[in-house]
Design a binder for this molecule. Structure first.
Ligand SMILES: NC(=O)c1ccc[n+]([C@@H]2O[C@H](COP(=O)([O-])OP(=O)(O)OC[C@H]3O[C@@H](n4cnc5c(N)ncnc54)[C@H](OP(=O)(O)O)[C@@H]3O)[C@@H](O)[C@H]2O)c1
Length: 264
């Protein structure tokens, strides 16, 4: 789309967004600028043609889409560092957890379209699940931002009041899935595989299971029915997992993460 993009805050997520953009055809490497105070950790991006700077205002001046990817407590200070460089050509997309669109709007020196996005770190390989919300954006702006994240995975438009829930299910969800896969690896080693083979089997099996749901649109239980022979080993193992609180522990963990965001 040839849009110039500034990523303000080149940490875990900001770097992952830059990596995903480099793989995508959304923009050229030279159209991406990424910032952080200590730029020495961004050399791998610089070597691929991405502009790297510690000066947020410079990055904003070079861009049309500003992706704000700093920690919540850094938002005010960081916004102030580039507020004067904002013009009517800009769109702000915040991936910051827990900071409302209305708070961002009132902190900005100019009235520009403001979006909140909740991607996850699979954005680095164009496999993010990104939840997107906005209040008063024009169709042209929503189109551009939706295309940006669609180039980096799947996108769901949600009401802002679901952003905390999106953070848990979509962003924390990566960590939950990793722990599930790790447990499979540990079990796989116990029943005879070396760690590398167990990792490959566990990760590809989980990927295949997810792809089945995404491509066929089936319910998980329909796919489970296909692999559970009466009196067989799958249902015996599954039922034992449930006796040990498998689904319940996941649901409780999700609710705990959510309450941590909402209640602190
Ligand atoms: N990680 C995820 O999976 C994920 C998913 C969805 C949303 N989020 C949200 O995304 C935001 C970033 O998360 P993260 O995990 O990427 O955090 P992070 O790794 O700490 O990244 C934040 C980056 O901001 C930089 N920074 C701090 N002050 C700055 C300044 N004045 N100017 C420019 N850069 C500055 C820091 O680098 P320096 O110290 O070198 O400046 C740091 O690398 C958070 O609000 C988080 O809630 C994260």
């Amino acid at each position: 789309m040839n849009k110039k993009i500034a990523i303000i805050g080149g940490g875990n997520l900001g770097t992952a967004i830059a990596e995903g953009l480099l793989k995508s055809k959304f923009c050229k490497a030279a159209d991406i600028v990424i910032t952080k105070r200590n730029t020495s950790t961004l050399k791998h991006l610089e070597s691929r043609g991405v502009k790297v700077t510690a000066v947020n205002a410079d990055a904003v001046m070079r861009s049309e889409i500003i992706i704000l990817a700093v920690k919540p407590y850094q938002v005010t200070e960081v916004l102030n560092s580039f507020n004067a460089a904002i013009t009517s050509k800009h769109i702000l997309v915040s991936v910051v957890t827990g900071v409302l669109i209305s708070d961002l709007e009132s902190a900005l020196a100019k009235k520009i379209p403001v979006f909140r996005a909740m991607p996850n770190t699979a954005i680095a390989i164009q496999q993010s699940m990104t939840c997107l919300s906005f209040n008063n954006a024009a169709a042209t702006h929503t189109g551009v931002v939706t295309k940006l994240f669609a180039a980096l995975g799947k996108v769901a438009q949600i009401n802002e009041n679901l952003m905390d829930a999106a953070t848990v299910l979509g962003a924390c969800g990566t960590a939950y899935a990793m722990r599930y896969i790790r447990a499979n690896i540990q079990g796989g080693i116990e029943i005879g595989f070396d760690a590398a083979t167990a990792s490959l089997i566990a990760a590809q099996t989980v990927k295949g299971a997810a792809e089945l749901l995404l491509e066929k649109g089936t319910h998980p239980e329909q796919e489970i029915d296909k692999v559970t022979t009466p009196k067989g080993c799958t249902i015996a193992g599954l039922n034992e997992m449930e006796h040990q609180g498998f689904s319940s522990s996941l649901i409780k963990g999700i609710a705990t993460s959510y309450n941590k965001i909402v209640k602190g």
